[in-house]
Design a protein around this ligand. Structure first.
Ligand code: HEM
Length: 526
């Protein structure tokens, strides 16, 4: 009896010793990197913060503390290597084998399955090769038409909602716009999210993205198994089913239409070229000499639906916000629009005209430096890797911290100064500025994304003078109103004067502002 009690009492101690011993090899190997000292069981989980906004702020603080270089922190017994050194980034992003995603992406598996973003190994290699032609120049031109149509609707809606100087949450508006663009381009089906914000499918997209963000750093909800016991799981399952039914239904309908088209003699060469959706390309593609299964098509279409709208929401929203705070940059951008478009400021800009807008390009580059839509990329070390002469042990989560690069004063002079022109003068090295990642697993939708951001922002600045929520928030010295990356003393000083309309930056899979991005719009009269 006493022996059993003793064994029971000793069990937790034995488990602890087991985990400590297992972690000690990793600790020894990772000792070359600085980082906060871990405590047993928790590692540094007690200090990292409880919300995505707090966690982002802590990551910045640790980066400052450890010399603006790579550092290691521990969540329980799992090491997290935050990589910001361009040499290490180069090795990892160029690697053909270190391409497995970190466990945070598992949150996306129930919805996206194993599409391009979440798969690895030979499936990823084959699908990447098969999907690459989907972003061919001709296809992008068709997509541009959709972007223009939706931007026009967006402007009309803003005109109504921001009438009379009303303050609007631009981040919220951008979400519906990008959802419309991606549904129409990926599936060839408009869902009119901007007009029908409360429809079941629009709500399902919003709820799913919120759920992924909310669960990412929640101690219990992160695991699918534990989450399935929570009261909100039933709602999550309903949302998932809505998205799955919707996408499968569209795939089936598209297959039927294609088959009907092939059966009828529709070889009328005089009819205009029909818009190709990403789904059409998938339906006519092969892998290993066979057509894709419905499941594979579902996974890729859903991946584009997610990756293609959550990222661009962030990109459009922060670009609009930066315009509202930096009048000098806005004036230069407007001047360029007048130069390129002449007196026809109300019409759609063509593909070629967008390419001529150099200041717009610089502005988007600078916006992605300070507020990158994808702040971190996660990789999982599936074996020991020798990275730049340092052994990184199997089981390490590698966080490529793209957001920290933009605030590194060894790369960018005066990084808190928002100055699009810097990209003409300072030339960051190839792995010092990588908002779309780099190497074999870079963003396949980069050209699409840039075209969308530029199309929307070009039209926005031609239609409105973009103003901050209240006049006093105009930046007079070009400095940002967000304080990440400042020294602790400076941060404290600036935070004391924080306005309620200054963004609270938060990062999970994409960068957002927890309190929205508020601004006003004043119609331009040409
Ligand atoms: C401002 C907008 C965007 C930014 C900054 C961005 C950035 C990125 C980054 C950094 C990655 C690497 C992620 C990782 O390794 O975990 C990525 C991957 C990816 N992006 Fe984008 N993205 C944007 C828009 C888009 C759009 C519009 C699409 C589709 C239409 C798209 C499709 C993808 C896909 C499918 C991947 C996975 C590629 C692979 O693993 O082979 N992205 N993106």
């Amino acid at each position: 009896m006493w022996l059993a009690v003793l064994a029971l009492l000793a069990l937790p101690l034995l488990v602890l010793v087991y985990f400590e011993l297992r972690a000690s090899r990793r600790r020894r190997m990772l000792k070359v990197f600085n980082g906060p000292a871990p405590v047993p069981v928790l590692g540094n989980a007690n200090r990292v913060g409880n919300t995505p906004a707090e966690i982002l702020a802590t990551i910045f603080d640790w980066w400052q503390e450890y010399g603006k270089d790579n550092f290691v922190f521990w969540i329980g017994y799992t090491p997290h290597l935050a990589v910001t050194n361009p040499k290490h980034l180069e090795y990892i992003l160029n690697s053909q084998s270190l391409i497995q995603k970190s466990t945070i992406y598992e949150l996306l598996h129930p919805w996206l399955g194993y599409g391009l973003l979440t798969s690895h190994g030979s499936k990823w290699h084959k699908h990447r090769k098969m999907i690459t032609p989907s972003f061919h120049f001709n296809i992008l031109q068709d997509f541009h038409e959709v972007m223009n149509e939706n931007s026009t609707k967006f402007i009309a809606q803003l005109r109504r909602d921001a009438a009379g100087g009303s303050i609007i949450d631009f981040q919220d508006h951008a979400h519906y716009l990008t959802l419309d663009v991606i549904c129409d381009t990926a599936m060839g089906v408009p869902i009119n999210a901007m007009e029908h914000r409360n429809s079941a499918i629009v709500q399902a997209f919003k709820d799913m993205c919120l759920s992924v963000n909310m669960r990412a750093f929640h101690p219990f909800k992160r695991s699918n198994r534990i989450y399935s016991l929570s009261p909100e799981y039933a709602g999550y399952q309903r949302t998932l089913k809505t998205l799955q039914d919707f996408t499968y239904d569209i795939i089936e309908k598209r297959v039927e239409t294609l088959q009907a088209g092939q059966n009828s003699s529709d070889s009328d060469s005089s009819s205009p070229r029909k818009k190709m959706a990403f789904l059409d390309t998938l339906l006519s593609s092969t892998v290993d000499g066979r057509p894709l299964t419905r499941q594979e098509i579902y996974e890729e279409v859903s991946t584009f639906m997610f990756e293609g709208h959550d990222t661009t929401t962030s990109g459009v929203a922060f670009a609009g916000y930066l315009l509202s705070r930096h009048p000098e940059a806005q004036q230069k951008m407007y001047q360029e629009q007048c130069n390129v478009m002449g007196s026809e400021l109300d019409r759609d800009a063509t593909f070629q005209e967008i390419a001529q807008m150099k200041y717009l390009d610089l502005f988007i580059k600078e916006a992605q430096r300070v507020y990158p839509s994808v702040p971190m990329i996660g990789r999982y070390a599936d074996k020991d890797y020798m990275i730049n002469g340092t052994l990184v042990p199997k089981g390490t989560t590698i966080n490529l911290a793209l957001v920290l690069l933009g605030y590194n004063d060894r790369i960018f002079k005066d990084p808190h100064h928002f100055r699009p022109e810097r990209f003409e003068e300072e030339k960051p090295g190839p792995f010092e500025y990588v908002p779309f990642s780099a190497g074999p697993r870079n963003c396949i939708g980069q050209k699409f994304a840039l075209l969308e951001l530029k199309t929307v922002i070009s039209k926005l600045v031609r239609s409105f003078e973009v103003l901050p929520a209240v006049d006093e928030l105009l930046s007079t010295d070009g400095q940002l109103n967000t304080y990440l990356g400042l020294s602790p003393a400076e941060k404290q000083k600036r935070e004391a004067g924080r306005h309620k309309y200054d963004p609270i930056l938060s990062a999970v899979l994409t960068l957002k502002s927890d309190n929205g991005l508020h601004l006003r719009l004043k119609e331009r009269r040409h």
